[in-house]
Every structure is written in structure tokens, then in C-alpha cells.
Write a new protein. Sequence first.
Lengths: 161, 163
Amino acid sequence: MPGRRQKRRRHRDTVVSEIELMPMLNVFISIIPLLLLSAAFVPVTVIKTTLPSDQAAVVENQNTPLDLAIHIHPGSYQLEVSGSIIQSIARGAKGDEAAATRVKDELKQALQGIAAAHSAEREVRIVSEPRTRYEEIVEVMDVARGAGLPEASLAEGAEGS
Amino acid sequence: MRHRRGGWRKKTEGSGSVNLISMMDILTVLLLFLLKSYVAGGEVMVPPTGINLPSSNADAPPQSSLVVAIDDDEILIGNERVATLAEALGDPGLEIAPLTAHLQAVQQQQDEIARLRGAEPAQHRVATIQGDRDIEFRVLQKVMYTLGQNGYENISLAVLQKS
């Protein structure tokens, strides 16, 4: 008798141990391509900015201790403090990565000097020409953020000035 | 002969079941990785095809907002074309009329949804601009001005995070 019982139990165990995986596999195969298609492997972040409004700029100028602006021109970056240009940094030829990095470092150092002298200053106005490329504006925003001026507002400057 | 046939059948029965456990392991790991990337990322923003966002070292995560995409020849809200750049630049003023009309329609829809839910209509609206890296500032300025005129005071610029 004990031998028979053991045999029966062993038979039952063998039947239960097989799991049907095909439905689960089908679900996985449907979900994974969907997720892969909609996945963002390069993370998208945002830069918060304010509107290029003339009125807003005037109000802000009255409240903030320093009116700091970076003018983006095709050939140079100009730093303006309280209405007067204090420094002009010549930009290298287009496509010259080494020169572009050097110019950005120079701009960053100049901005760091101003930020250190006015510790309350956190805002910078980025004045672009109508045909300035968006990428150039974002690069200048990055430099300003790296120099301790995280709040950037955009404004339009005259072309070729 | 009979004995041989029986043996052959036994062999085929044995090799018929495929071992799927290893494949299931791979798929489970892949699924968990993909789901985690969604959960960790919070709001997932995928730029439309044809738009190359500029790279930046900004690390602020995107928030749920109205997304306005600008590629090299048209302005889109969601996947819907709102205006061409030629139309936007053709108007001497700063406001883009077709974009204003579309934003007002979106606002009406949102206000209606809020009313049905019994909530107050949103006062401070949030918008995110997904602009191609090569667009000109005059286009960006017009889009930002139009958004501002239509109650979108908080504007973010979407960028790709530099590694």
C-alpha cells in the first residue's frame, strides 16, 4: 500500500509542474514593441523662460539692482550692464569647435565676475537678432546658468547692431 | 521494424516542447527596464519626427503642459498643423492669428472639461515649446508672444539633455 501511494503522488506532481507560458509570452511580445516604440532613450528636459515683452523688461529693470544683458551677434557676444556695453567677445569662425569652446569659457568667466560682484543678481536678458538660431540662444542660456545666472529672459535686438 | 518506429516517435515527442524559460527571463527583464524608464522619468516627452531639439545641460524635468512644436516649415499643436512659418512670418505683427484661434479652441475645451468636473478654470496655463535647433529667433518670439497673449504665462523650452 505505501508503495502505491507514493507512485500516485509522484504522478500528480509531474502533471502540476508544467506551466502554460504561451499566453504570457504573447502578452510580452505585444507590450514590448509598443513600449520600445514610445520610449524616450534621450531624456528631454526643459528651460523655463519668460516672454520677450518690452513692458516686462522695463518693470524688471526698476526692481532688480542690475540690468545685465548678453547681446548675440553673428560675430560677437556683447555684455551690457545698466545700458552700457562693458565687454565684447569676438566669436570664432563657424564650425571651429575649439574656438567656440574658448569663446564660451571667456563669456562664462566674464559673467561669473559680474555674478560674484552682485550676488543678488540671478537674472540675465538674452538679446538676440531676429535671425539668430535657436540653438545659439540655448547655448548662451547654458553659459549663463553655468555662471550662476539661472533666470534668463529673451528679448529682441536690432539686426546687425 | 515496429520497435524502430516506436523509438522514433518517442524521440520526436521529447524534442517537440521548446524550453521558453530563458526567453521569458529576457522578456521580463526588458519589460521591467522599459516600465522603470517610464516611472522614473515622470512626464515623458517625445519630440515629433523631423524636429531636432537643441542640446543643453538643463536638468529640469518637463511638466504636463500644452506642447507647441516648431519645425523648419510649420507650427504644430500636438500632431495637428496650425500654421506654416511663411504664414507666421508674413504677418507684420507679433501675434500669429491661426495659432491664437487654435489656442482659444483648446482653452474652451479645457474650461468645458473643468466645468464638467466641477473645478475652477485654470488661471496660469503652462506651455512647452519644442523648437527645432535651426529655427530663427523671430519665429520663437512670435510663438512665445502669441502664447503669452492667450494666457500661457509659464513657458518652457524643451531641450535634449547633454550626457
